[in-house]
Every structure is written in C-alpha cells, then in structure tokens.
Design a protein. Structure first.
Length: 82
C-alpha cells in the first residue's frame, strides 16, 4: 500500500473492503488491498469514486480530487512523478 497502485491494480476495477477498523480499496483482479484510510495513509476521492462505480452500497464523494481523502477529508500530498 502507500505511494502508488501497482500496474496490475491500476488497470482493473476497485472495490470497497472492510479492513480491521477502517475501510480500504481492493483490486477486483488480485484482491490486494491498494489503499486504506489509517494513520498517514489515505484514499483519494478520485479512487473512492472509482470504487463506488462497482459497489451499490458505496456513496461517492461530491468531488473527485486526487489530493483529498474521501473518508477523513485530510489533504494528501501528491507526488509529481506520476
């Protein structure tokens, strides 16, 4: 988890997963958890909205920003390398 999403997961759909005491996003192809909102890790609104497209229970964010966490609203530092 953390910085980016693997090439495998970037090309596939995402789904919302319950992860211990928080929510996360998992790749529908490999089932790896690719993002969580916990500690210093966050789920960008853009990724959350992508997962909500595949989950009838998911509530998308009003916006689709890459630099704001969909769950806690914290600012996310976005690296300039990709």
């Amino acid at each position: 988890m953390g910085e980016g999403v693997s090439d495998c997961c970037a090309a596939h759909e995402l789904k919302i997963e319950v992860c211990d005491q928080t929510l996360g996003l998992a790749c529908t192809e490999c089932n790896d958890i690719v993002r969580v909102c916990w500690g210093d890790e966050h789920i960008p609104e853009s990724m959350w909205n992508r997962a909500c497209e595949n989950d009838a229970d998911g509530v998308p964010c009003a916006e689709s920003r890459v630099d704001v966490c969909a769950l806690c609203g914290e600012s996310i530092e976005v690296s300039g390398d990709g």
